[in-house]
Design a protein around this ligand. Structure first.
Ligand code: NAD
Ligand code: TYD
Length: 352
């Protein structure tokens, strides 16, 4: 049997970002034993990790992070050196429809994991790394960027739940001396993202000649980061981030939603052999999201200065690759939209 130097738990590893983090860690750290824990909600899909199934240093556990007894038992058995915690309810629109689910998974689930790590984890030389979002800082106007000292000001039930979980992580560091680190990242794009989020939803709708639902006037601005660059930042922070600290992660790549959708339409016209402007005819302005944050932008200089991280992929290149992935993975797209997706879509968009 191989001798492993480190036992790492990754939660939410069957989701969008989690699958990229798991793949990176399993491939780059064969000396680590990596356990991926995921409840396989609508957003979690083991198809995302088929290529890793035979990796000797990888295993999967289906479990719910809110199940305190199961977490206690797992942590007591495995004695994890570290945790990278990504499991969450992650979609703002769903949080508006059902806030309680976000409190349960994002707040209660995080505290359950903190308790289990505090009781059984390697709190001497290991760490609990909490992956969070820039949405905890609220919204920006036309100017400025979020820094690590921007006051928390969450506006959606999703961001309120993530802000609360961040505070618990910080509190466990102060009160119980649990070694923690937190990062807050901007919007990710890339392969394997569930098509409730802007980019994969629009790709699918363009292909299927359905309306492209742009909220409000499409003036809201997001900063987009290639998901594998987020995974590389998580790797750098897991290994080198200072305990008790927060690191902002961003792509320095702001896009107005409408401009992004137009860019996507142009590329899709080319790839689908449509005439220029054809896909953009599908753009439909729909009722705005309640409490819609206007702008997110990140100052990632702390991460760049301390750990030498910067995004590796230019947006044009990453965006093109992302679109190609969805076009080449129609079976994946069909599979993830075959369950209750139609019901979700009808409830979210029918009367907008
Ligand atoms: P996702 O919705 O694609 O995946 C979430 C994963 O968590 C799924 O595999 C799901 O099955 C699992 N999960 C949900 N509830 C669970 C529970 N109770 N127990 C165990 N597993 C559970 O989300 P994502 O976009 O990959 O985001 C991952 C993390 O990164 C989240 O914490 C999110 O807040 C954060 N984040 C996301 C973005 C983004 O742009 N998507 C940006 C910054 C931070
Ligand atoms: P989303 O991908 O849901 O991420 P977040 O809300 O966490 O930033 O949405 C990105 C932006 O796109 C956000 O400003 C809302 C907008 N949006 C639309 O205009 N139409 C849509 O159908 C969706 C899902 C999002």
């Amino acid at each position: 049997m191989a001798e492993y130097t480190h036992t790492l738990l990754i939660t939410g590893g069957a989701g969008f970002i989690g699958s990229h983090v798991v793949r990176r860690m399993v491939n780059l750290y064969p000396q680590y034993r990596i356990v991926n824990l995921d409840a396989l909600t609508y957003a979690g899909n083991l198809e995302n990790l088929r290529d890793l199934e035979s990796a000797p240093n990888y295993s999967f556990v289906k479990a719910d992070i809110t199940d305190a007894a199961a977490m206690e038992e797992l942590f007591a058995r495995e004695k994890f050196d570290g945790v990278i915690h990504l499991a969450a309810e992650s979609h703002v629109d769903r949080s508006i429809s059902n806030p309680i689910e976000f409190v349960m998974t994002n707040v209660v689930g995080t505290v359950v994991l903190l308790n289990a790590f505090k009781a059984h984890g390697n709190t001497k030389t290991g760490r609990f790394y909490h992956v969070s979002t820039d949405e905890v800082y609220g919204t920006l106007g036309d100017e400025g960027k979020f820094t690590e000292s921007t006051p928390y000001d969450p506006n959606s039930p999703y961001s309120a739940s993530k802000a609360s979980s961040d505070h618990f992580v910080r509190a466990y560091h102060e009160t119980f001396k649990v070694p923690v680190v937190i990062s807050n990242c901007s919007n990710n794009y890339g392969s394997h993202q569930f098509p409730e989020k802007l980019i994969p939803l629009m790709i699918r709708n363009i292909q299927q000649c359905k309306p492209l639902p742009v909220y409000g006037k499409g003036d809201n601005i997001r900063d987009w980061l290639w998901v594998e660059d987020h995974a590389s930042a998580i790797d750098a922070i897991y290994h080198g981030g200072r305990l008790g600290e927060t690191y902002n992660i961003g792509g320095n790549n702001e896009w107005k939603n409408l401009d992004l959708v137009h860019k996507l339409c142009e590329i899709m016209d080319r790839k689908l052999g449509r005439k220029p402007g054809e896909s953009a005819e599908q753009i439909t302005f729909v009722t705005d999201r309640a409490g819609h944050d206007f702008r997110y932008a990140i100052d990632a200089s702390k991460l760049e200065n301390e750990l030498g991280w910067s995004p590796s992929v230019a947006f044009d290149q990453g965006f093109e690759k992302t679109i190609d992935w969805y076009l080449e993975n129609q079976v994946w797209l069909e599979n993830v939209t075959s369950g209750n997706y139609q019901e979700y879509y009808a409830a979210m968009y029918a009367n907008r």
